[in-house]
Design a protein around this ligand. Structure first.
Ligand SMILES: Nc1ncnc2c1ncn2[C@@H]1O[C@H](COP(=O)(O)OP(=O)(O)OP(=O)(O)O)[C@@H](O)[C@H]1O
Ligand SMILES: N[C@@H](Cc1ccc(O)cc1)C(=O)O
Length: 445
C-alpha cells in the first residue's frame, strides 16, 4: 500500500476529511502544511482537529510544516468572524509566537512517542527533523510591497476575492470588512506559493472555515506554475453543544497548554462531553488502532453509563498532548475528586476497604498545587468571613452573590454544606469546596 493511500485511509476512517481538491491515492503529495495565527499563547482542542491530518501525514513519512502566522496575524483572518479582530501589540504577538513554537516542538515529540505506544502502522518511521516549524514573517520581512503586488496581483481576480464566504458574509454585516481583512487571503495564498517554491509543499490542511484561503493558494500556485499539482484538504469543525465553533473567537477554547488548561481539566472536558461528540473525538483525536475504536464503541454501547468511550478519549488525548506523567496525575486527581467512596477533606477514594492509606495534606497539596482550581488562603485573608473570602478568591464575583449561594445550600466544604456566610475557614487545613457544579481545592497554609 502506498504511504499516501495508508494516510488517506486513516483520515477517511477517522472522519477527518470535510473537503479536498480531488486528493486521491494516485496523487503525488510531497510535503504538507498547516498554519495557525498566534492570536493566543496556546493552541486549543479545535486546532488539534486540524492538526491531526498533518500528524497522520507525518507518521506516514511525509515532511510537514507548521506555519505560525505572525505576519498574517497583523491583518486578522475574517474567516468565520462577524467582526474585525482587535489589533494586538507586537510584544504580545511575539510572545504568543514563541510559546506556540515551543508548544509545537513539544507536541511533535510527544505525539511521536504516543503513536509508538499505540502501535501506529507507520508507513516509514518518521524523524522529528521532518516536522518543521516556521514563521511567515520570515518571508515577508524583506519582501518589498511592489514585488509582492506585482508577483501576486496579476494572478488574482477581484471578483473571486469578493466571492469568498469569509468576505461575502462580512460585507453584508453591519461591521463590514476592512481592506486589511480583504487582503488576508492574498497573504495566505502567497504563503502556500512560497512553501511550494522553496520546500515543495503541495498540500495545505485547515479547518473547513479555511477552504477559501487555502484554495486562494492552490489557484495562485496553479496560475504561476501551470504544471503544478497542488492540493487542499479541510477537516470538519469541532463545535460546542450549541453549535459554535470551538476556538478563540467564540471564547470557548480548551487550551492545550497545561498552564492554561491543566491536565485534570482537559481530562474532565472529554469525560463530560456528550456521547456523540466523544465518539467523534475518539476517532479524530486519538491514534488508537482503527479496529480497537470499533471495539471500544461496542463496549460503550452495552452500558453507556460507564462512559467507556469518554475514558479512552480523555486518557489518550491527555497522554498525547501533555504526556504520560500528566495523565497519571489527572487520573489520580479524578479519583480524588470523583471516586466512589467519601474520604477526608471532601475528597473521594477508590477503595478504602483495601486499607490503602489516604494521601497526607502535603501529598494532596503537591497533587493539586498547579491546578487552576487550587486556591491558597494566606494570612492576609484567612480571617475574612466566608462570603468575602469566596469573593477574594474569585469564586464569586461579589460578596452578595456568594452570600446568596451560601444561603441556598449550593456551597459545601468537605462533604458538608456551609450555610453561614460568616463561617471562618479553619487554620492550617485543606478542603474541597463545591460551589454549585464547580470544584475548588482551598488550602490555608
Ligand atoms: N473548532 C475547530 N475545529 C476544527 N478546526 C479548527 C477549529 N478551530 C480552529 N481550527 C483550525 O485550526 C487552524 C488554526 O486556527 P487559528 O488558530 O489560526 O484560528 P482559530 O482558533 O480558528 O481562531 P479564531 O477562533 O480566533 O478564528 C485553522 O485551520 C482552523 O480552521
Ligand atoms: N488563516 C489561518 C491561519 C494561517 C495563517 C497562515 C497560513 O499560511 C495558513 C494558515 C487561521 O486563521 O486559522
Amino acid at each position: 500500500m502506498s504511504r499516501l493511500l495508508a494516510c488517506l485511509k486513516q483520515l477517511q476512517a477517522r472522519s477527518l476529511i470535510h473537503n479536498t481538491t480531488l486528493l486521491q491515492p494516485s496523487c503525488n503529495v510531497n510535503s504538507v502544511y498547516l498554519g495557525a495565527d498566534p492570536t493566543a499563547a496556546s493552541l486549543h482542542v479545535g486546532n488539534l482537529v486540524a492538526l491531526m491530518p498533518l500528524v497522520h501525514f507525518f507518521l506516514n513519512g511525509f515532511p510537514v510544516f507548521t506555519v505560525i502566522g505572525d505576519a498574517t496575524a497583523q491583518l486578522g483572518d475574517p474567516s468565520g468572524r462577524s467582526t474585525s479582530r482587535k489589533q494586538m501589540a507586537e510584544t504580545t504577538r511575539t510572545a504568543n509566537s514563541n510559546s506556540i513554537h515551543n508548544q509545537l516542538k513539544d507536541l511533535s515529540s510527544s505525539i511521536l512517542s504516543y503513536a509508538q505506544d499505540c502501535n501506529y502502522p507507520f508507513s516509514q518511521m518518521p524523524s522529528s527533523s521532518q516536522w518543521s516549524i516556521v514563521r511567515n514573517s520570515s518571508w515577508y520581512e524583506n519582501l518589498k510591497l511592489l514585488k509582492f503586488l506585482s508577483s501576486v496581483g496579476p494572478h488574482v481576480r477581484v471578483s473571486q476575492m469578493l466571492a469568498r464566504d469569509s468576505v461575502t458574509t462580512r460585507l453584508q454585516s453591519p461591521s463590514g470588512l476592512s481592506f486589511a481583512e480583504l487582503t488576508y487571503q492574498l497573504l495566505q495564498a502567497y504563503d502556500y506559493s512560497y512553501l511550494y517554491e522553496n520546500h515543495s509543499v503541495n498540500l495545505q490542511i485547515g479547518g473547513s472555515d479555511q477552504w477559501g484561503n487555502i484554495t486562494a493558494g492552490t489557484d495562485l500556485v496553479r496560475r504561476t506554475h501551470p504544471n503544478a499539482n497542488v492540493y487542499a484538504l479541510t477537516t470538519p469543525l469541532l463545535t460546542s453543544s450549541s453549535g459554535q465553533k470551538l476556538g478563540k473567537s467564540a471564547g470557548n477554547a480548551i487550551w492545550l497548554d497545561p498552564k492554561l488548561t491543566d491536565s485534570y481539566s482537559l481530562y474532565q472536558y472529554f469525560i463530560s462531553a456528550p456521547d456523540d461528540l466523544a465518539c467523534k473525538c475518539l476517532d479524530m483525536l486519538t491514534l488508537l488502532p482503527l479496529e480497537q475504536l470499533e471495539q471500544i464503541k461496542a463496549e460503550h454501547e452495552k452500558d453507556p453509563s460507564q462512559r467507556i468511550v469518554h475514558k479512552y478519549l480523555a486518557s489518550n488525548v491527555v497522554r498525547m498532548v501533555h504526556g504520560k506523567k500528566a495523565l497519571e496525575l489527572a487520573q489520580i486527581q479524578t479519583k480524588l475528586l470523583h471516586g466512589a467512596h467519601q474520604a477526608p477533606f471532601g475528597f473521594y477514594s477508590e477503595a478504602p476497604q483495601q486499607g490503602d492509606s489516604f494521601p497526607s495534606l502535603p501529598e494532596i497539596r503537591a497533587l493539586f498545587k498547579d491546578c487552576k482550581f487550587y486556591r491558597t488562603i494566606d494570612s492576609s485573608i484567612k480571617d475574612q468571613p466566608f462570603s468575602r473570602l469566596l469573593r477574594t478568591l474569585q469564586i464569586y464575583t461579589s460578596r452578595k452573590e456568594a452570600t446568596e449561594h451560601i444561603l441556598s445550600g449550593a456551597v459545601s466544604l468537605g462533604h458538608k454544606p456551609i450555610l453561614d456566610s460568616n463561617y471562618k475557614f479553619p487554620d492550617n487545613s485543606l478542603f474541597v469546596l463545591r460551589a454549585g457544579k464547580r470544584t475548588f481545592v482551598l488550602d490555608s497554609l
